[in-house]
Design a protein around this ligand. Structure first.
Ligand SMILES: NC(=O)c1ccc[n+]([C@@H]2O[C@H](COP(=O)([O-])OP(=O)(O)OC[C@H]3O[C@@H](n4cnc5c(N)ncnc54)[C@H](O)[C@@H]3O)[C@@H](O)[C@H]2O)c1
Length: 442
């Protein structure tokens, strides 16, 4: 089948490359000329494990190509996916659908025959209805239909998630859309991936409900971590103890600096706005958002306490900047308010991230960047682990301690064994490991 993908970001590029790998012919369209030129030269615009090899192989086999020209890109396509960004609208938290509607208008004017327009972007309930209305308004060919196919891939494991999904959600209102979607995903149900057909509105809401639930698990365990610190319990063991219960599940129960990234922060806010407009309270998610905001805002204070209560003149080494490992994505990363808070408190910050520096540098005015993980320890009063990159797990803590002038290790991801850190001479403070109650500074 011929597929066009409008928007060649994390989701569009990964989805396009994977569809091509299933044997479809995919054209990825993007208005960003530099991005398309880079892709045509074999340079990936994002850092995602396995992506370059997948793209290169499918381009070489003639199943994947790139263009900035939408009309040419959609020629002959039976399905046109919309995978443009839907960021938070400044000020009110609504999903900003400007990019979606602009893409749909341009598409409608370029269509020469009916297609299935599939929304892969995360969009609020009712967006599919509005897209259908715009298509008619712009004179799209009769028989053009609109489906919702929200994407659940995780950055850092995006290709695996796309190819071995827990489920595929398709919201459609007509049989032709369902048939086209079944055909597109056929290679996956040969692997038994469950495909769930729903109405369009249900599919749209399912995506928000999934992200809100996962964000809730994170905020739940973060609050439980605070309680563990106060009463001398270990949240890692609490998480394991509850996570072994199949009804709860072990995933998303890692206490830490609060969730960030391109999805949870904006999607929880957008869900709240949808609920508000519908006149329905979503008190749990409102609390999740507040808990997470407070968590991110409080991380600098954890470091302040670890260095004796005053950040003035302190030198802090930060390990990891991206919102999670295996991505270069810095959107809403907890490292941003942390580093801003440290600098505002009078500290100087030297940071290292294995791949995120280019994205991070423009966002972190005042921070310095080290060339490797060990260099952040040089002369530092405290080290803070913000992102749990694998390369930090195996670090020689003794060597870090020798390079430091102080000895505080604030492990916001609980990657180190407290006993090992103590043997290295470090004053270890994890999250929810009962350590804050016994070593509290001012
Ligand atoms: N990143 C994730 O992990 C993830 C996971 C699931 C769902 N989503 C959702 O997928 C959507 C896309 O997210 P992303 O992270 O891939 O965004 P992104 O910002 O990485 O990419 C969006 C791309 O769309 C392009 N674009 C915008 N308007 C266009 C137009 N009119 N024509 C052509 N190209 C256009 C931009 O230039 C950009 O390259 C969002 O709704 C997001 O919520 C993201």
């Amino acid at each position: 089948m011929r597929i066009a993908m409008i928007g060649t970001g994390y989701v569009g590029l990964v989805s396009g490359a994977c569809f091509a790998d299933f044997g479809h012919h995919v054209t990825c369209v993007d208005q960003d000329m530099a991005k398309i030129a880079a892709l045509e030269a074999g340079i990936m615009p994002i850092w995602e494990p396995g992506l370059e090899a997948l793209v290169t192989a499918n381009v070489a086999q003639g199943r994947l190509d790139f263009t900035t020209a939408l009309a040419a890109g959609i020629a002959g396509a039976e399905a046109v996916f919309i995978a443009v960004g839907t960021p938070s609208r400044r000020g009110d938290g609504h999903a900003d659908l400007t990019f979606v509607y602009a893409a749909v208008r341009e598409l409608a004017r370029a269509l020469t025959g009916p297609v299935v327009v599939v929304t892969k972007s995360t969009v609020p309930v009712g967006t599919g209805d509005e897209i259908a209305r715009i298509l008619v308004e712009e004179g799209a060919p009769a028989g053009t239909s609109v489906a919702s196919n929200p994407e659940f891939l995780r950055e850092g494991a995006a290709i695996r998630d796309f190819k071995i999904p827990d489920r595929i959600i398709v919201g459609a209102e007509d049989e032709r859309a369902r048939e086209v979607m079944r055909e597109i995903y056929r290679p996956l149900f040969l692997n038994q991936a469950p495909i769930v057909f729903t109405g369009r509105r249900t599919a749209e809401l399912t995506k928000y409900a999934a992200n809100a639930f996962l964000a809730m698990k994170i905020s739940f365990i973060n609050e439980m971590a605070d309680l563990c610190e106060a009463v001398g319990a270990d949240v890692q063991e609490v998480a394991r103890g509850i996570g072994l219960d199949n009804r709860i599940g072990a995933k998303f129960l890692h206490a830490g600096p609060g969730y960030g990234g391109s999805c949870f922060p904006k999607d929880t806010l957008a869900l709240l706005r949808t609920a508000e407009e519908a006149g329905v309270k979503q008190r749990i998610i409102a609390t999740v958002v507040a808990v997470n905001d407070a968590r991110k805002a409080g991380n600098a204070d954890r470091v302040r306490r670890a260095v004796g209560g005053d950040l003035t003149g302190k030198k802090i080494g930060v390990l990891g900047l991206t919102f999670k490992p295996n991505t270069d994505d810095m959107r809403d990363a907890p490292s941003i308010p942390l580093i801003e808070g440290l600098i505002a408190g009078g500290a100087s910050v030297t940071a290292f991230d294995p791949v995120g520096r280019e994205q991070a540098e423009p966002l972190l005015a005042g921070a310095e960047f080290a060339a490797d993980a060990y260099a952040v320890a040089d002369g530092a009063d405290a080290l803070v682990v913000v992102t749990e990159w694998d390369e930090f797990r195996g670090i020689d803590l003794g060597e870090m301690a020798r390079r430091m002038r102080g000895n505080a290790l604030v492990d916001l991801r609980n990657v180190y064994d407290p006993a090992e850190a103590a043997r290295a001479g470090l004053d270890y403070r994890g999250v929810g490991r009962g350590t804050f109650s016994t070593r509290e500074g001012t």
